[in-house]
Design a binder for this molecule. Structure first.
Ligand code: SIN
Ligand code: CO
Length: 379
């Protein structure tokens, strides 16, 4: 695979993923980016887009959050700043093809596509990320320095996490189409080596144990259906009426041991949690049509996931943007199951080879998602 320096995805996963950096010259030959500097600035002016302007003035770092307007950009100095825009894959249709090149990593691990713009010399400073990232160079050139240093001391009081010391271990200049893979916790420092330097960060997420635990307990709370009530026909006279007795502790402990989970609960939790859109994301509901009309359209047209949608599955259960499709008890036949797998894997679905009854079943499963704006028909 050219994208991986001639390595197969299996070799990349075994040797590099979460283990060590990999520089890939001409990972995507001819790649110069998906959007122009002006397009990126335009995105940073939209209300629902997460954008940051980072600047360094007299050795002081400053961060401003979007949305920005034209005047913000007009006021910027010639040098020493960078614009970062998150979730570009949610707004730019061409990003779907780029993200699909990284399908050798499960969608459940995918975070988003961030794009940066900087004039020569600009960057976000030396730092660490807790996530895996592929840094793909678009327009211009960027100098990357990396280090596996164990000194993670941060500059105190800075508005973003910048390392106090940085010891360069390896250094390269990346040109359009070159890519650097970094596992978590590798210190890195990217400095624009030309004007109009645009870097595409295909980022992955890894939830912290604490976050998973809290979210899972929240999920379990909603699932909880415990039976019975505390009873104590064996109550013995206590010396201290205010004391919580061992007898009470044992009884409650037995009651709480009813709270149990299996892999079905974990999968159901992960399907919902990992496909849940970030809080700032909003979907535009589609114009209301009836289910019959939706079924007819499904027969004729290609259906695709909205750019902001995330779809995952486990066995017979399909999750779209935090919600379960169909009913828990519903079972799919092999053809309809395969069709939904295709929609989840490739973000689009053509029903050409399916029977009318099968399309009707799919329509039943997908109609609410269509109304919510989670899926769309290709023009
Ligand atoms: C950038 O594109 O300037 C920053 C990417 C990163 O260091 O994670
Ligand atoms: Co970084």
């Amino acid at each position: 695979m050219q994208l991986l320096n001639g390595l197969s995805p299996q070799q990349f996963l075994a040797e590099y993923w979460q283990k060590k950096p990999l520089l890939i010259r001409q990972a995507i030959p001819g790649f110069t980016g998906l959007l122009s500097p002006n397009d990126l600035a335009g995105l940073a002016c939209e209300d629902d887009v997460q954008a940051r302007l980072i600047s360094l003035k007299k050795k002081q770092w400053a961060v401003r959050h979007g949305p920005f307007d034209e005047a913000d950009f007009a006021r910027l100095p010639k040098q020493d700043w960078t614009l970062l825009v998150q979730g570009v894959n949610h707004y730019v249709p061409e990003a779907t093809g780029l993200m699909a090149m990284f399908n050798f990593i499960p969608h459940a691990r995918l975070d988003d596509l961030m794009v940066s713009y900087a004039p020569k010399g600009g960057g976000v400073g030396p730092h660490l990320d807790s996530y895996d990232v592929f840094l793909l160079q678009g327009l211009g050139r960027r100098n990357w320095k990396i280090s596996a240093q164990t000194d993670h001391t941060l500059i105190e009081g800075a508005p973003l996490k910048i390392l106090q010391h940085f010891e360069t271990e390896q250094e390269w200049v990346l040109e359009a189409g070159d890519m650097l893979y970094l596992p978590p916790q590798i210190a890195h420092w990217g400095i624009a080596d030309s004007d109009d330097c645009m870097t595409y960060s295909i980022g992955f997420r890894a939830p912290a144990a604490q976050e998973l635990g809290q979210e899972f307990l929240g999920y379990m709370q909603e699932q909880l259906r415990l039976s019975g009530m505390y009873t104590d026909p064996d109550l013995a006279l206590q010396v201290h009426p205010a004391e919580i007795s061992m007898n009470m502790i044992n009884k409650v402990s037995t009651m709480l041991r009813q709270i149990q989970w299996n892999e079905g609960h974990i999968a159901d939790f992960l399907g919902r949690y990992l496909s849940e859109p970030k809080p700032h994301i909003v979907f535009e509901p589609n114009r209301k049509i009836n289910q019959e009309k939706f079924t007819a359209l499904l027969q004729e047209r290609t259906l695709h996931l909205d750019l902001k949608s995330q779809m995952l599955f486990w066995q017979q259960r399909f999750y779209l943007n935090g919600e379960l499709l169909g009913e828990k008890e519903d079972a799919l036949q092999p053809n309809t199951h395969r069709a939904l797998e295709t929609l989840a894997d490739s973000r689009e679905l053509q029903t050409g080879s399916l029977k009318n009854e099968e399309i009707a079943v799919l329509a039943q499963w997908l109609y609410p998602a269509y109304l919510a704006g989670f899926v769309e028909f290709a023009a």
